[in-house]
Design a protein around this ligand. Structure first.
Ligand SMILES: Nc1ncnc2c1ncn2[C@@H]1O[C@H](COP(=O)(O)OP(=O)(O)OP(=O)(O)O)[C@@H](O)[C@H]1O
Ligand SMILES: [Mg+2]
Length: 261
């Protein structure tokens, strides 16, 4: 029962008795079935909505391009682009979870991916790279891992925007894993939020939504990417001090997907 309660909703009790205990375990199992179906329905809904939203956005962008007012046009197009990016990330996350798009594994040097990210997106940011020179290559889906690291760096920069702190990306390895740490000395995260951060649309402070620009999809996507690589995401944070989020990747990644939610 503890295992089901702590989120392992595909676990079932195996008690074959003809008494109250037997009845109780049957009820708990059927409750777990219902919860599992509900979670699946939620995922399907998210997938369908995201998918259906793409066509109207494309149409709206086309219509916008015919408008003369440059200012209106520009700000509306920016909003549309943001929506498009969001839908792309939602679809990515759901497809990875459903194994609709398997990983495209390539033997890669993660340091190089991080350097490319810095070059393309974070040139003028206070971003320090501390990359392990001997880092072995690893079989990963480069596009997805880059997207995950990029989202971690974006979050760290947002969290440090009030004190202009440094963001440090560090790589390291041991016999079985490669670690990518993204650290900031920004606002930090209250302990009570940490278990929920990888839920879709979860944000610690919704009133700041517009100011920091996000909707709460980043960590959900990162977790989906990490799960698909059979890795772990470790969030370590102290309110007011800063945050370190680590992607822990095993060398042996299989394209096969394990169903975790
Ligand atoms: N490095 C960090 N420091 C402090 N808070 C963080 C950090 N990373 C994430 N958070 C908190 O976790 C929440 C969820 O992060 P997530 O990346 O999923 O969404 P977002 O950044 O708000 O929006 P999006 O990534 O979709 O643009 C953030 O709103 C923020 O409150
Ligand atoms: Mg984010």
């Amino acid at each position: 029962i503890n295992r089901i309660g702590s989120g392992e909703v595909d676990y079932r009790l195996n008690i074959n008795r003809n008494d109250e205990f037997g009845e109780l375990s049957t009820s708990i199992n059927s409750m777990a079935n219902n919860i599992e179906e509900m979670l699946e329905a939620k995922r399907q809904l998210l997938l369908s909505i995201s998918h259906e939203l793409r066509t109207p956005i494309t149409r709206a962008k086309l219509a916008l391009s015919l408008i003369d007012d440059a200012f209106v046009k520009e700000s509306a197009l920016e909003d549309m682009d943001e929506m498009e990016a969001l839908i792309h990330e939602l679809l990515e996350a759901e497809r990875l979870r459903e194994n609709h798009s398997p990983l495209e594994l390539e033997n890669s040097n993660i340091n190089e991916l991080i350097e490319q990210l810095q070059h393309h997106y974070f040139k003028n940011k206070n971003l320090i790279l501390k990359l392990e020179k001997q880092l072995p290559n690893i079989a990963i889906d480069e596009t997805r891992i880059s997207l995950a690291i990029k989202n971690l760096i974006k979050n760290a920069i947002t969290a440090s925007s009030t004190n202009d702190g440094q963001v440090i990306v560090r790589t390291s390895y041991d016999k079985t894993h490669i670690n990518i740490d993204v650290s900031d000395s920004g606002v930090g995260i209250d302990e009570k939020h940490i278990p929920h951060l990888t839920e879709p649309f979860y944000r610690t402070d919704s009133s700041r939504q517009r100011k920091t620009g996000g909707v709460g999809i980043g960590l959900y996507l990162i977790q989906a990417v990490v799960d698909a690589h059979h890795g772990k995401l470790i969030i370590d944070s102290q309110l007011g001090k800063g945050t370190t989020i680590t992607i822990h990747l095993p060398y042996q990644t299989h394209a096969k997907h394990s169903k975790v939610s």
